[in-house]
Unconditional design. Structure first.
Length: 290
């Protein structure tokens, strides 16, 4: 064809340069799972990992929670050397534990210790869903129990942040026993006059909800947190009824009297400091004498 004569043909195919392939580096931007808004990761961090468009609360790690809540350099950890074994010889359990240790930087699904919030000292237990989905095995139950006992011995309040998929199936009945153990020590703590603040985050389910997470003198939760025992589908199949769309969400539980307050993360530190200040003003008077 005549037109082909005037078209210059390239002898070689061009390969895009490396620079032209460069897009947005991984980790710079984040997309909100709820409203799909894209934002800078540093901006998200500035707002405590809460979407400023729709209020979605991203799950945070235990150490991120500590950093945003406690006074600088006030945290002292407890029982860092406690690690899970495999008492039931569950297949591949130890390998999964090792992978979670590498992924999360934790030895277990809860970090315990003591620290200060606006100068008020408190014991803490903060669960982390990055380790075995925050499931409660023997070590998790033991660490929480020891933290409560420390608070009782030193006349401190305790705050527990729950984030859990429930009991840890790889430990069977030993995992379920932690429900009774943590509940029993909280009863002793309460009788001694101790203050327990339970703060439920997304998700708080299964045996954790059925034990210590629901036993607070104050039961708080973050907006939109999934809180419940059995799963939605199981409940619907059991009662043969369709459940409301917001069933088991923090706001639904607040409306039905199962929570004292739903607190956005931006108000977390302020609210906890206020509660601690109210109970600290009484000093040792709140504790029962032996």
């Amino acid at each position: 064809m005549l037109k082909d004569f005037f078209i210059k043909k390239k002898k070689y195919a061009t390969v895009p340069s490396t620079k032209s392939k460069i897009g947005v580096p991984e980790g710079i931007m984040k997309k909100c799972p709820s409203c799909k808004k894209i934002m800078y990761a540093k901006e998200l961090q500035k707002y405590l990992y809460v979407c400023q468009s729709c209020g979605y609360h991203y799950p945070v790690s235990a150490f991120e929670r500590i950093e945003m809540l406690l006074d600088p350099e006030s945290f002292i950890p407890f029982d860092q050397d406690l690690v899970s074994k495999n008492p039931l010889d569950f297949p591949n359990y130890l390998e999964k534990l090792e992978k979670d240790k590498e992924k999360s930087g934790l030895n277990e699904a809860v970090v315990t210790g003591k620290g200060k919030i606006e100068g008020y000292e408190t014991a803490l237990a903060i669960m982390d869903s990055n380790f075995r989905m925050g499931s409660m095995g023997s070590v998790v139950g033991e660490k929480i129990t020891r933290a409560i006992e420390y608070a009782m011995d030193h006349r401190l309040p305790i705050i527990i942040f729950s984030a859990s998929g429930g009991a840890r199936m790889q430990e069977g009945i030993l995992s379920l026993m932690q429900m009774a153990k943590t509940s029993a020590v909280l009863k002793q703590f309460s009788l001694a006059g101790g203050l327990f603040i339970s703060y439920m985050t997304h998700p708080t389910t299964g045996g954790v909800t059925a034990s210590f997470a629901s036993l607070g003198d104050y039961n708080f939760a973050e907006p939109g947190a999934l809180i419940g025992f059995a799963g939605r589908r199981i409940i619907e199949q059991t009662i043969r009824e369709e459940l409301p769309d917001d069933f088991q969400k923090a706001e639904f539980l607040l409306e039905h009297g199962q929570l004292d307050k739903v607190i956005p993360r931006s108000k977390m530190k302020e609210t906890l400091a206020t509660v601690l200040s109210i109970h600290t003003k009484g000093g040792d008077e709140q504790w029962h004498r032996d």
